[in-house]
Design a protein around this ligand. Structure first.
Ligand SMILES: *Cc1c(COP(=O)(O)O)cnc(C)c1O
Length: 427
């Protein structure tokens, strides 16, 4: 008889395309049936068969406090009892906007939306409206949500117009996106030299986390800031993943670079649908109702979702929160690296704050092309062996992982021990 997870997956595929409501959940990259979860608590999740796992996905980043964090759940229940949605302003929206602008010096104003995709899509429209230019620069392997302008891959040879990377995206739209190599400052300078007066914005994941984890080179970050300033382009840091994940002031605080616009999501909703875009006042004042760039949302700033976000954000303000999160995450990556080395497995790992990357390669990749060189088959075998042992990693070799404040030193040690047993047998 097939497993309960498999039965559910079969049933899901009758009326849901691929059985999932977001593609990576389908386990296509690693094979097998996805686990259907029934509940979570702290660092753990339980599947439909009652098996528990230490969770290193954390809903793809939002759950920085772990599952069912009691004060967050309580705030959600209290807000829900007062009204699920009004489509009118609430005081909690002022509180979260003030908090975000207090924490991040780059934010003069902020607009709440419900998903990271909305935040980046709106930030790009705003940048185009502000500059009166059309051209957008993005980097290969960075993901910024699924809007048309962003589902674009490098054309034949970089520094050419992009091609749609998804069906349904008109070539006419994709041609306004230039796709360059991550961490390649020279290529960016070349693009600005050629087309600087046409570039509305450069959008970047300041630590790339959607092609596994790629750390930025300091000279790349510096070049982005200088070139955008020089040519009047808007620098957009897409911190939907890195925001309040890599440090108390996000990646911009960690690297000391001030973007013109920032997009946030994931952690700022604490597991509920809250995202945001914000930045310089002169740019943000171009958004409706103050300015001509239109953007709106029925559920934007939803009171129940904002309640979860506020409790989560405030919890991350506790002294030493990010130091201990980063130490715990490094404990994991150091431990895994040492275990692999001991057994002669070609593997390495690195972390930035509470996010990490695992690579079946000798050194951490620095670009999309290098990520593609990692041993994907070895990752898939490792993934399934870890899953069997009760450790839930992201079901793809091309995703970053996440540790929460609820993971204890003993949890991390248990995960390292499980990995070592797998490395010892040969992965
Ligand atoms: C997750 C993510 C998005 C998209 O956010 P959704 O809430 O899934 O729409 C955008 N940018 C980055 C960097 C992300 O990690």
């Amino acid at each position: 008889m097939s497993s309960r997870n498999q039965q559910l997956f079969d049933a899901a595929q009758r009326h849901i395309p691929g059985g999932v409501n977001s593609p990576v959940r389908a386990f296509r990259s690693v094979g097998g049936a996805p686990r259907f979860f029934t509940r979570g608590e702290g660092p753990r999740v339980w599947d439909a068969e009652g098996k528990s796992y230490l969770d290193y996905v954390g809903s793809w980043g939002p759950l920085i406090l772990g599952h069912t964090h009691a004060p967050t759940v309580k705030a959600v229940q209290e807000a829900a009892a007062l009204g699920l949605s009004f489509g009118a302003p609430t005081e909690a929206e002022i509180e979260i906007a003030d908090l975000l602008c207090d924490i991040l010096p780059s934010l003069d104003m902020v607009r709440l939306v419900s998903s990271g995709t909305e935040a980046t899509m709106s930030a790009i429209r705003l940048a185009r409206g502000h500059t009166g230019r059309d051209l957008l620069v993005k980097f290969e392997g960075c993901y910024h949500g699924h809007s048309d302008s962003l589902l674009v891959k490098a054309g034949s040879g970089l520094l050419t117009f992009g091609n749609p990377s998804s069906g349904g995206v008109p070539a006419d739209v994709a041609k306004h996106t230039l796709v360059l190599e991550y961490n390649n400052a020279e290529q960016l300078a070349e693009a600005f030299a050629k087309q600087g007066s046409e570039i509305a914005a450069v959008i970047v994941e300041p630590v790339a986390g959607n092609m596994n984890l790629i750390a930025p080179k300091p000279e790349f970050m510096q070049a982005m800031r200088e070139l955008c300033s020089k040519h009047g382009a808007v620098l957009i840091f897409d911190e939907v993943m890195t925001g309040f994940r890599v440090g108390p002031q996000c990646a911009q605080g960690l690297f000391g670079i001030t973007p013109d616009l920032t997009t946030l999501g994931k952690v700022i909703g604490g597991g509920m649908p809250v995202a945001a875009f914000g930045g310089k006042r002169e740019i943000m004042e171009k958004i409706a109702p103050l300015g001509p760039v239109y953007q709106a949302g029925t559920l934007s700033g939803n009171p129940v979702a904002v309640a979860a976000g506020l409790v989560t954000l405030k919890a991350t303000r506790a002294p030493g929160f990010y130091d201990s999160l980063a130490a715990r995450t490094k404990q994991l990556t150091d431990g895994l690296t040492a275990a692999a080395k001991k057994h002669g497995v070609t593997f390495c790992a690195q972390s930035v704050g509470g996010m990490f990357g695992l690579y079946f390669s000798a050194t951490p990749p620095t670009s999309f092309a290098e990520v593609m060189q990692c041993d994907k088959e070895a990752f898939n075998r490792f993934f399934h062996a870890m899953l069997e042992a009760g450790h839930y990693l992201a079901p793809s070799a091309f995703e970053a992982g996440f540790v929460s404040a609820a993971h204890t030193e003993a949890d991390i040690a248990a995960t390292i021990a499980a990995a070592e047993a797998i490395f010892a047998k040969g992965v």
